[in-house]
Design a binder for this molecule. Structure first.
Ligand code: UD1
Ligand code: CA
Length: 472
C-alpha cells in the first residue's frame, strides 16, 4: 500500500445520454449508486484523503458523496473543461502534492478495491511518474487508445476524435483509472493545453509530458476489463446491472447458497445470506435483506430490507421491512408490509396482507386476511377472511389479540379493540367491544330459513316481492 495516497474521484460530467433528471453516477446498480460502488472500492485502499470533483448537478451529487464518505473533500469544477482541468481543480482542493495520486471515474460500479490497491502498489514500486490501468477490448470505439513504441513502451494516449485510422485500430484502451507521482501531477496539470479536437484539457496529455521530462510511464492491462466499464446510457446501465448481479449470485453460490436459476435471481450488493439458503426462480433479494440458514425463498418473491429466520419458507411473496421468525411460513401470495414481525413457527398464509403487525410465536393467519396495526400473542389462529379494520377514516388504531385465541372465519375487528387470551369469536363476528380472556364473542344474528323460498319467488310478480320482511 502506498505510503501516502490521495484518490481523486471524477464526477463532474453531465451524463446527458442517461436522459435523466438524476445525475448519472447516482443511478443505482444492485441497490447502490454507481458512485457508491466506486467509493466502496476507494475506501478499501485506505487512502489518506479522497477528493471528489463535482460540477453538473452538484447539489444532488455532493451530499450523496458526503453521506457515504463524510471526510471527503469536495472540489467544485464550475465548467466541465475536461479531465485534466477536473484534476487540476481537485489538486488545488486537496492541499497536498505528496505521495501517490490515483484518479478514478465515478461511473464504474464493478471496480473492486483489491484491483485499485494492487494497481496503486504496483505504481509505487515501479517509481513511474504515470501508470495507466489499461484494458484490451474487442470494440475500442470512444476510448483513448494506448500508443506504444516498437519496444512496447507507452508513448501516449490518443483520444478517439484525435486518433489516426491506424491508431483507431489499437485495442488497448485507457480505462480512465490512472496513478501519478503527486509532485509530477501537480506540475503537469498546469502544462496541459486544450489544443485538441474537443477543445478540452485532457488528463491523458500528462503521459507525453512525462515522456518529455524524461520520466517513465507504464500501462498495465487489467484481465477483468468489465471492472472498468462505465455506463453512459440506460442500456449500458442495464448491462452493468446484469453483470454485477451475475457476479454477486455466483459469489453466493460459492459461499454455499443454492440458486436454482441464476438468470432470474437478483441479489443486491448489501444482502447477506447464510449457507444452505435455497433461492428458487424469479426471486429478488433487495436492500439490506438478511436470510438465515436453511431458509427457502421463492419462487417469484421480492424481499426488500427483510430479515428471514433460519429454516423459514417464503413463497410467492412481496415483503418489505419485515422480520420473519425461524421456521415460519409466508405465502403463497402474501403482501408483507413494513414493521411486520412474524414469530418463530408462525404463518402468514395465502392472500394475506400485513402491516405494522406483530404476530407471536406459533400464531397463524392462514387465509385471505388483512392484519394492520395489530398485535397477536402466541399460538393464536385468525380465521379465514378476517379484516383488522384499523382505519376510522381519520386515524389508525390498534387491535390486540391474546395468546391461544381462535377467531372464526369472516370476522371484522374494529380497532381500537382487544381480544383476550384463550378467547374465541364466532364466524362472521364484528368485534367492536373488547372480548375478555376466556370469552366467546358472537355478533351475527340468529339464522332464519325461509321455507319454499325458490318456489314462492317463481310464483310472485316482481311488484309483490317489494315489501314484507320475508322478501329479503
Ligand atoms: C476519458 C479518457 C479516455 C478514456 C475514457 C475511459 C480523457 C481525456 N479521456 O474519456 O482516454 O478511455 O475516459 O472511460 O481523460 N469529468 C469531469 N470533468 C470534466 C470532464 C470529465 O469530472 O470536465 C469526469 C466525468 O464525469 C467522467 C470522467 O471524468 O466521470 C471521464 O469523462 P468523460 O467525458 O466520460 O471522458 P471520455 O471522453 O470518456
Ligand atoms: Ca466516458
Amino acid at each position: 500500500m502506498p505510503s501516502e495516497l490521495t484518490v481523486i474521484v471524477l464526477a463532474a460530467g453531465g451524463g446527458t445520454r442517461m436522459k435523466s433528471k438524476t445525475m448519472k453516477v447516482l443511478h443505482p446498480v444492485a441497490g447502490r449508486s454507481m458512485i457508491g460502488h466506486v467509493l466502496t472500492a476507494v475506501r478499501a485502499m485506505e487512502p489518506q484523503r479522497v477528493v471528489a470533483v463535482v460540477g453538473t448537478q452538484r447539489e444532488q451529487v455532493g451530499p450523496h458523496i458526503q453521506e457515504l464518505l463524510p471526510d471527503v473533500v469536495l472540489a467544485v469544477q464550475e465548467t466541465q473543461d475536461g479531465t485534466g482541468h477536473a484534476v487540476r481543480v481537485a489538486i488545488e482542493a486537496a492541499g497536498t502534492t505528496h505521495g501517490t495520486v490515483v484518479v478514478v471515474t465515478g461511473d464504474t460500479p464493478l471496480l473492486r478495491g483489491e484491483t485499485l490497491a494492487e494497481f496503486a502498489a504496483d505504481h509505487e514500486q515501479s517509481g513511474r511518474a504515470v501508470s495507466i490501468l489499461s484494458g484490451v477490448v474487442p470494440n475500442p470505439f470512444g476510448y483513448g487508445r494506448i500508443v506504444r513504441d516498437a519496444d512496447g513502451n507507452v508513448e501516449g494516449i490518443v483520444e478517439e476524435k484525435d486518433a489516426s485510422d491506424e491508431q483507431r485500430a489499437i485495442q488497448e484502451i485507457n480505462s480512465g483509472i490512472l496513478a501519478f507521482d503527486g509532485a509530477f501531477l501537480a506540475d503537469a496539470v498546469h502544462k496541459i493545453t486544450n489544443d485538441n479536437a474537443k477543445g478540452e484539457y485532457y488528463l491523458t496529455d500528462t503521459v507525453h509530458l512525462a515522456r518529455e521530462a524524461g520520466q517513465t510511464v507504464g500501462a498495465h492491462p487489467i484481465d477483468d476489463v468489465m471492472q472498468t466499464s462505465g455506463a453512459n446510457d440506460r442500456a449500458q446501465l442495464a448491462e452493468l446491472g446484469r453483470e454485477m448481479n451475475s457476479r454477486i449470485v455466483t459469489q453466493w453460490m460459492k459461499d454455499g447458497v443454492t440458486v436454482m436459476d441464476p438468470a432470474t435471481t437478483w441479489i443486491e450488493a448489501d444482502v447477506v445470506l447464510a449457507p444452505d439458503v435455497t433461492i428458487l426462480p424469479g426471486t429478488q433479494l433487495l436492500g439490506t435483506t438478511v436470510v438465515g440458514e436453511d431458509a427457502v425463498i421463492g419462487p417469484d418473491t421480492t424481499l426488500k430490507d427483510c430479515e428471514i429466520g433460519v429454516g423459514a419458507r417464503v413463497v410467492r411473496t412481496h415483503g418489505e421491512l419485515a422480520v420473519i421468525g425461524d421456521g415460519a411460513n409466508v405465502g403463497p401470495f402474501a403482501y408483507v408490509r413494513p414493521n411486520t414481525q412474524l414469530g418463530e413457527g408462525g404463518k402468514i398464509g395465502a392472500f394475506v396482507e400485513t402491516k405494522n403487525a406483530q404476530i407471536g410465536r406459533g400464531s397463524k393467519v392462514p387465509h385471505l386476511s388483512y392484519v394492520g396495526d395489530a398485535e397477536i400473542g402466541e399460538a393464536s389462529n385468525i380465521g379465514a377472511g378476517t379484516i383488522f379494520a384499523n382505519y376510522d377514516g381519520e386515524k389508525k388504531h390498534r387491535t390486540k389479540v391474546g395468546s391461544r385465541t381462535k377467531t372464526g372465519a369472516n370476522n371484522t375487528f374494529v380497532a381500537p379493540v382487544e381480544i383476550g387470551d384463550d378467547a374465541g369469536t364466532g364466524g362472521g363476528t364484528t368485534v367492536r367491544r373488547d372480548v375478555p380472556s376466556g370469552a366467546l364473542a358472537v355478533s351475527a344474528g340468529p339464522q332464519r330459513n325461509l321455507e319454499d323460498w325458490k318456489a314462492r319467488k317463481a310464483g310472485l310478480s316482481s311488484k309483490q316481492t317489494e315489501d314484507g320482511p320475508e322478501s329479503r
